[in-house]
Design a protein around this ligand. Structure first.
Ligand code: GMT
Length: 380
């Protein structure tokens, strides 16, 4: 198939999923065309069957708000014509599904033989935060209704979308995935850990875009409790608006030397695989891709019992779940686990087993291929 993919190319789970999906589809022989305003972050070297089309947005002085969605729609239609695309797959409803809808209409009106159906994948904040803003809700709902196929990354997100948007679409759940050959235990883990921690110290990790929904300050609070009882270091991967507050809190608590801000990383699996425990105390996660990536690396997640996270982590088996803001309980889980090496090892293996059996790309990518085939069959 020839598939156009659009996503937010910057840091964020939806862009990561879209890029990894494109790369996997390319490896399976599909022609994949990324269409976006900059190169997706995980699209690094040359990859088989992968093409990238940049969307130029004019900076005309009249445009206080350059109309990216229109430029994107135009580019989508152009690329579809030039490269004979079978369909578009947009990640994150706003504004991508609106642009795809316009591109589909433009091609139909031009008398092109192309039908250009589009698939929208809902990731979370496009529904839970942005979509519920009154100014975005009607257009988001409309573009979802107009999609030729809709997927959601968790059962939770599917149900919430159907309920709050009051739509009748048939939304298929296709869970997020991880490449289990890349995200795995580091065979030289003991050696590589020495870059950040001594032999006797444990490593906790957090990975996110440091937005308020991630509750980065809770990560610092949990770590502060843990390191009082277990010698340890905290690695923070990512960057974003809450970083300076977190840095300041670490200084106030006198733990800034134990907290390592790594910034944005290109190869997150290398850093994740060094850790024992991943902290994800989010206010909300429609899925929690960071937890899954950690699990695949044999790192035990301690997360909040919200959104789609319980679809990924089974409390007490492959990780731990607690209520939002309950930093004492999350710290307690971490302390007990880190003090019990055999339990830690057993849960880490269990976390990897769950990632491997339910969320590996080899399991999930065929579900997308099948979904595309059904959309194409319906619209031909
Ligand atoms: O988590 C974010 O803030 C980024 C956001 C995105 O769309 O880029 O992530 C959402 O999509 C991820 C990939 O499907 C999910 O794993 C995250 O749980 C989801 N974030 C939220 O629901 C807050």
């Amino acid at each position: 198939m020839k598939i156009g993919i659009t996503c937010y190319p910057t840091y964020g789970g939806s862009g990561v999923v879209a890029t990894e999906l494109g790369l996997e589809l390319g490896l399976r022989g599909h022609q994949v065309h990324f269409i976006s305003y900059s190169q997706p972050i995980r699209l690094t070297g040359p990859q088989p069957n992968i093409h990238y089309h940049e969307v130029e947005v004019s900076r005309y002085p009249l445009f206080d708000y350059p109309p990216y969605d229109l430029a994107l729609a135009t580019r989508m239609a152009e690329v579809a014509e030039l490269y004979d695309l079978d369909l578009l797959h947009v990640h994150y409803a706003i504004p991508h599904s609106v642009s795809a809808m316009l591109a589909r209409q433009m091609l139909a009106a031009s008398g092109s033989h192309r039908k250009l159906p589009f698939v929208t994948t809902l990731h979370g904040t496009d529904i839970t935060l942005v979509g519920l803003d009154r100014s975005y809700l009607p257009i988001t709902r409309f573009s979802i209704q107009q999609s030729d196929g809709v997927t959601a990354v968790s059962q939770y997100l599917r149900e919430r979308t159907l309920r709050e948007f009051d739509i009748k679409n048939n939304i298929q759940v296709i869970h997020n995935f991880v490449n289990c050959d890349v995200y795995r235990c580091d065979p030289d883990r003991e050696q590589h850990r020495l870059e950040f921690a001594t032999k006797d110290e444990k490593i906790l990790v957090h990975l996110s875009n440091f937005r308020p929904v991630k509750r980065l300050l809770d990560v610092i609070e949990i770590f502060d409790r843990v390191r009082k009882q277990v010698p340890s270091k905290l690695l923070l991967i990512g960057d974003g608006p809450d970083r300076s507050q977190a840095e300041w809190l670490a200084v106030q608590k006198g733990i800034h030397e134990q907290v390592v801000f790594l910034g944005k990383q290109d190869h997150v699996h290398e850093k994740l695989a060094l850790a024992d425990v991943m902290l994800l105390p989010s206010e909300l996660e429609s899925f929690g891709l960071a937890a899954l990536e950690a699990m695949a690396c044999e790192v035990v997640p301690i997360a909040t019992n919200v959104g789609g996270i319980p679809e990924v982590i089974e409390h007490g088996k492959s990780g731990y779940l607690a209520n939002v803001g309950d930093v004492d309980t999350m710290a307690r889980y971490a302390i007990d686990l880190l003090k019990d090496q055999s339990r830690l090892k057993e849960m880490a293996k269990q976390a990897r087993a769950v990632a491997k059996s339910r969320f590996c790309s080899s399991e999930i990518i065929p579900q997308y291929e099948e979904f595309y085939r059904r959309v194409l069959a319906r619209s031909s």
